[in-house]
Ligand binder design. Structure first.
Ligand SMILES: [Zn+2]
Length: 340
């Protein structure tokens, strides 16, 4: 009877317990495998994010011009603040990418060529000196709350998707000038900064800029206001307004901008007239209307290098960021900064 009972227990063991053990063990293996796969996937994702490592220029020393503080900041993190400050976030993604590569190139050019300009810093946040920059917090506060995060992510994407990319001419980073609106044709650097003729900063035609608010503007000055503005620099300037030719454009640049203009007894460069009279560009005409002088201006900025509104217009036409860059900068290449 005992033997039968033992056999019975043995039989039960074989029937139930062994299969249970067999099923549990592989199940545990499966769970471990799933967990391992998920972890691998997570690691892969993080690796993709951090895939690019800068050999040099990975961090830069940024001078905050208002506080005079120097901050050491990751290059691409710095570029989020530059791109979001220099170009509207509602521009096309390809235009923002072009701006990111231009800003990165401009930064590295400054580091290489202007070393010592800011003593212990490599670049500053003043747009009149280097490039405009804004902190993430300040930037987010300036946007409408409902679009702030989306805008920021768009800027981050433009910078991150072009990590390490810079523009070169003959293997050397270019001086990547840019401006808001060229008025249909960009300007050769030679006509703006006479002594420097950058072979990649040639005058090129571009389309679609007329749809932007930066395309057209007007400055109206009274005769007295005009004279006072000119006198801030040229004390002896006098204009006999009874003379029909008292104001004369003497020479145009090849792109049709004012090269030299004469106000009464004073001859000045178009670029100087732009500064003194606060015109948006040197592409202007004028008209004397009673007591007023009306300046009609086309375009916004010095006109050299990439036009930002032009870049957006070309992106809308379907051009990619590298094509936009090669449209505005002549005979350049886009390379990995680590290969410098
Ligand atoms: Zn500076």
């Amino acid at each position: 009877m005992k033997k039968i009972l033992l056999y019975f227990i043995g039989f039960l063991t074989i029937l139930f317990i062994i299969p249970v053990i067999c099923t549990i063990v592989p199940q545990n293996n499966n769970i471990e495998e799933v967990v391992a796969n998920e972890e691998n996937e997570k690691l892969n994702k993080e690796n993709n994010k951090k895939q690019y490592e800068y050999n040099k220029y990975g961090t830069i020393k940024l001078l905050h011009s208002k506080t005079n503080q120097i901050e050491e900041i990751q290059l691409d993190e710095y570029l989020y603040g530059v791109v979001s400050s220099e170009m509207p976030a509602n521009y096309e993604a390809e235009a923002l990418k072009a701006q990111a590569v231009v800003a990165r190139t401009y930064t590295i050019y400054q580091i290489i060529n202007n070393n010592g300009k800011h003593e212990n810093a490599e670049i500053c946040d003043d747009s009149n000196c280097c490039q405009a920059w804004i902190s993430k917090q300040d930037r987010l506060e300036k946007w409408e709350a409902e679009e702030a995060e989306e805008n920021w992510n768009k800027i981050v994407d433009a910078v991150d998707s072009t990590k390490g990319e810079i523009i070169t001419y003959n293997g050397v980073p270019i001086n990547a000038f840019f401006h808001a609106n060229s008025g249909g044709i960009t300007e050769s650097s030679l006509n703006i900064w006479g002594e420097v003729d950058y072979p990649y900063l040639k005058s090129v035609e571009t389309s679609g800029e007329e749809g932007y608010t930066q395309y057209k503007s007007e400055v109206i000055l009274t005769k007295e206001e005009l004279l006072n503005k000119l006198k801030t620099k040229y004390e002896d300037c006098s204009i006999d307004f009874s003379n029909q030719d008292c104001i004369q454009i003497l020479e145009y640049t090849t792109s049709g901008r004012v090269k030299t203009i004469k106000f009464g007894n004073t001859e000045i460069a178009g670029t100087e007239a732009r500064t003194l009279l606060e015109l948006k560009s040197t592409n202007f005409t004028f008209k004397i209307d009673g007591e007023n002088i009306i300046f009609s201006v086309i375009g916004y900025g010095h006109g050299v290098g990439m036009s930002q509104t032009g870049a957006d217009a070309l992106a809308k036409e379907g051009l990619k960021y590298d094509e936009i860059i090669k449209h505005f900068y002549t005979d350049v290449e886009i390379i990995d900064v680590n290969s410098l």
